[in-house]
Design a binder for this molecule. Structure first.
Ligand code: FAD
Ligand code: MLT
Ligand code: ZN
Length: 447
């Protein structure tokens, strides 16, 4: 491989070959998936991205696009010696239009930086999740990230008005005018959202902003059983128009978070299931939420309006991911169930997993309002896929989706036919072939 040619495209400083420095780029966030790379290439412009893609094509060298490397399905790392194309230098936030509420963000912009820029002018970005400080706009589009506000603002796909990307043949597509209504053929943002770096390298996006709501209240509600928590979630969704998040977790996860990070328990008594809800409005939503909370009858509740205290309550939910990772490299199974099947799934999933690996520990938490559960399994070898098989087939039996918000990556590739027909898979392959004729873009994920 002629590294000098790559250096001449992006500059010698931006081609990293030293294994001590490439280490953080070749393993995923969980530590379950890792590989190696001859070079991490860090372009600074869309033209440089196009030139690198063209070079890869001409030299038959596959590449893996990478943003913040917070992906949870092993899709962002070079499993078979690919080049890593790191987009973090493309982090400009520009053309922030505070009249229409739109902004153009480079692919490498972190979600936190995007939020900060939007909030400075009275707007906000609608999608939010725990990895906001590292996860990037490009990665979130490639995975169609969801997070904790989907009930109010939709997923990433719902925010993207226009996109700039480099396709597998090296061509640049750019449609960043941000017209809200624009029916001029195929909607490229929709196609690239969730494409996991297999169709194009996202370099920038025109994003929709949402009004900044500063009056907020968070409540942690405790219930005797999962039925109580799910019924409360449904009742709150119907009656509280300011509801932004409704998150579910259980006592084993709460106990782990408290023990791992030395936190006090948030409520005096233990409960079986917890719902964390947040409401946001222009006027203080505390009273209206309070009245509704009483009507859904939790055993106990902690309510917080002040920002620091709200963050404290969120920590019990968001710190699940890190706490579980510290137990051991987890198998992460992010799934959606139809609302009526959630309880049956939660009841059955532990038995199914422990039926194949008795020593496994199963952790369940998630975004209750979206039917999105995160099943994390620890105590299983990274390569032992029996637990993945057990969980994903149970999901399919209950007519759910094997990927709610993290994507397919390499972790779930085998099971895609559980959700997609042969005709759908053939159509996807045809699209892949049209946009990436030499199959150089992230060849080990999705299809
Ligand atoms: P990476 O991990 O670098 O890449 C992810 C995928 O996108 C890979 O396939 C990669 O090849 C591709 N890609 C990256 N950049 C580009 C680009 N510019 N062009 C084309 N393809 C690209 N996800 C959720 O949806 N909801 C959550 O609530 C959530 N919570 C999380 C909490 C924690 C603590 C962590 C660690 C992760 C969480 N995630 C969550 C997963 C992760 O943050 C998202 O999948 C995120 O969108 C990945 O962004 P990234 O920039 O880190 O992408
Ligand atoms: C979350 O909601 O916390 C995430 O999607 C991360 C995870 O699954 O651990
Ligand atoms: Zn999630």
């Amino acid at each position: 491989m002629n590294i000098t040619e790559l250096q001449s495209i992006v500059g010698p400083r931006h081609v990293v070959t030293d294994t001590a420095r490439t280490q953080t780029f070749v393993a995923d966030w969980t530590g379950r998936f890792s590989g190696s790379t001859p070079a991490v290439v860090r372009p600074g412009t869309v033209e440089e991205v196009a030139a690198v893609v063209e070079w890869c094509r001409a030299n038959a060298v596959p590449l893996v696009p990478q943003g913040g490397n917070t992906g949870l399905v092993g899709g962002s790392v070079p499993l078979h010696g690919e080049i890593v194309l790191s987009l973090t230098r493309l982090d400009a936030v520009r053309d922030l239009d505070d009249i229409s509420g739109q902004v153009t963000a480079g692919a490498g912009t972190t979600i936190a930086a995007l939020q900060t820029a939007a909030r400075a002018v009275g707007w906000d970005y609608g999608v939010d999740w725990g990895a906001r400080d590292s996860a990037t706009v490009g990665g979130s589009i490639a995975t169609n990230a969801g997070g904790s506000r989907v009930i109010r603002y939709g997923d990433t796909r719902a925010q993207v008005l226009g996109i700039e990307a480099v396709l597998g043949d090296g061509s640049i597509i750019s449609h960043l005018d941000g017209l809200v209504k624009d029916n001029t053929g195929y909607h490229m943002p929709s196609l690239l959202c969730g494409s996991e770096g297999t169709l194009g390298v996202v370099t920038a996006a025109r994003l929709r902003l949402v009004p900044l709501l500063t009056e907020r209240v968070v409540a942690l509600l405790a219930f005797d059983d999962v039925d109580g928590a799910l019924a409360a979630c449904s009742a709150l969704r119907r009656s509280v128009s300011t509801l932004e998040s409704a998150e579910l977790f259980f006592d084993d996860g709460l106990e782990l978070v408290c023990a791992t990070f030395g936190l006090g328990r948030p409520l005096t008594a233990k409960a079986a299931a917890y719902l964390l809800v947040e409401c946001a409005d222009r006027v203080d939503p505390t009273e209206s939420l309070g009245a509704m909370v009483e009507s859904v009858g939790p055993n106990d509740a902690a309510v917080a309006s002040e920002a620091g205290r709200r963050a404290d309550l969120w920590r019990y939910r968001e710190a699940h991911t890190e706490a579980i990772n510290l137990v051991g490299r987890p198998h992460k199974l992010d799934v959606t169930l139809p609302a009526e099947a959630m309880r049956a799934f939660i009841e059955a999933v532990r038995t199914r997993v422990q039926g194949v690996v008795p020593s496994a520990t199963v952790w369940v938490f998630g975004h209750a309002a979206d039917g999105n559960l995160h099943v994390n399994v620890t105590g299983v070898e990274p390569g032992d896929e029996r637990v993945d098989e057990a969980v994903l087939t149970l999901v399919a039996e209950l007519r759910g989706s094997i990927s709610a918000e993290h994507g397919i990556g390499t972790a779930k590739k085998r099971w895609l036919p559980l959700n997609r027909s042969a005709a759908e898979l053939a159509a996807m392959r045809a699209i892949k072939h049209a946009l990436d004729p030499d199959a150089i873009l992230n060849p080990n994920v999705l299809l």
